[in-house]
Design a binder for this molecule. Structure first.
Ligand SMILES: *Cc1c(COP(=O)(O)O)cnc(C)c1O
Length: 346
């Protein structure tokens, strides 16, 4: 949607998102050869393998493939929330800002954003305690769920380490909240922190992870938790029209994607190179913790337009310019991006 009128003969370098990654040859071959069945009737064998593998990687009982991360989040929120119950999530969270109100419209939740503390994307436990509130009389609004996001997209791919995660979960438990983790980029957090993904899901009720971002699968996420949750999630997925038949064709790509988690380190290195390069060109840019680079410019819209003219695509994010490094851009591409940007100023 941001590349409707590109007026350039230059090769485009697309840093809008890690979702632009295309399935490569190995993935396409695996997809073509996938063993399949009817997943709605009695489970597709390749889907089942992927779901068991991901549950294992996440350290939870069971997982369910879903077509998108938004559907995974929506299913988890629907399972957790009764109509009119309040849930809290970090300012800028995907469940608040990027899912078209589905958390309220379909899951029936009453959203409240909790402000970051001194560090972007990090929730202070006191703020969670304050927003969660105490149980009041019968006419008091009921808060029942905390949604976490790791890495935090809008804050710039910010990572929540296991100790901070544990404190947030303990606080939520203390005030009677369930916990859902939006782990669209949990893989990036795990690589950046050098801990297994399961170290970042400790104590949560449910977690959602994406295969179609930095890992390069064409489609798919998983929503995971207890076996009882997944049984309910399977019904909710069907209601939402997300039951697919020979899904093994898609799950086969997912199985390869999971093997590629360690390769995200390359994206993190490329993001670091980009940020350092932009800083040396005088841009106001933070040090990325994972694959997302956020730059503050006087006019983000004008900057995006100038970038587009030199064949570099990025997106606006909370008033800033967001670049994402991913497996379809190389270190040489990043150098090329910096060369092109050197020519345009800010
Ligand atoms: C991408 C993303 C999702 C899911 O997005 P879909 O496009 O629906 O797959 C969820 N949460 C976060 C933080 C994301 O970045």
């Amino acid at each position: 949607m941001w590349c409707d009128r590109i007026v350039t003969n230059t090769r485009l370098i697309d840093l809008r998102s890690d979702t632009v990654t295309a399935p490569d040859e190995a993935m396409r071959v695996a997809m073509a050869r996938a063993e399949v069945g009817d997943d709605v009737l009695d489970r597709d064998p390749t889907m089942r393998r992927l779901e068991e593998r991901v549950a294992d990687v996440l350290g939870v009982e069971a997982a369910l493939w879903v077509p998108s991360g938004s559907m995974g989040n929506m299913i988890a929120l629907t399972a957790h929330l009764s109509r009119g119950e309040k849930f809290i999530a970090s300012r800028g969270a995907h469940v608040l800002d990027s899912e078209l109100g589905a958390a309220a419209w379909l899951s029936g939740g009453m959203p409240e954003a909790v402000d970051w503390g001194d560090r972007p994307g990090h929730l202070p436990v006191e703020a969670v305690r304050g927003a969660g509130g105490a149980t009041g009389p019968y006419y008091a609004l009921r808060t029942t769920l905390l949604c976490l996001e790791n890495t935090h997209n809008a804050a710039g791919g910010v990572v929540t380490p296991p100790d901070e995660h544990a404190k947030l979960v303990a606080t939520a438990r203390d005030i009677g909240l369930r916990v859902h983790l939006d782990g669209a980029r949990l893989w990036n957090a795990s690589v950046a922190l050098e801990v297994p993904p399961a170290a970042l899901t400790v104590g949560v009720d449910t977690v959602q992870v994406c295969l179609s971002k930095g890992l390069g699968a064409p489609v798919g996420s998983l929503v995971a938790g207890t076996a009882a949750f997944v049984e309910e999630a399977r019904r909710l997925r069907k209601m939402l029209g997300g039951g697919v038949r020979q899904g093994g064709v898609l799950a086969a790509a997912g199985l390869i994607a999971i093997d590629r988690i360690p390769a995200l380190a390359t994206d993190h290195a490329n993001a670091a190179t980009l940020a350092a390069g932009l800083a040396s060109l005088g841009w106001e840019v933070g040090t990325p913790e994972t694959n997302i680079v956020l730059a503050a410019t006087p006019d983000a819209g004008a900057t995006l337009e100038a970038l587009r003219r030199v064949g570099v695509l990025a997106v606006p994010m909370l008033g800033r310019v967001r670049f994402i490094a991913h497996r379809d851009v190389s270190a040489a591409d990043i150098t090329e991006v910096l060369d092109r940007i050197a020519g345009i100023g800010r």
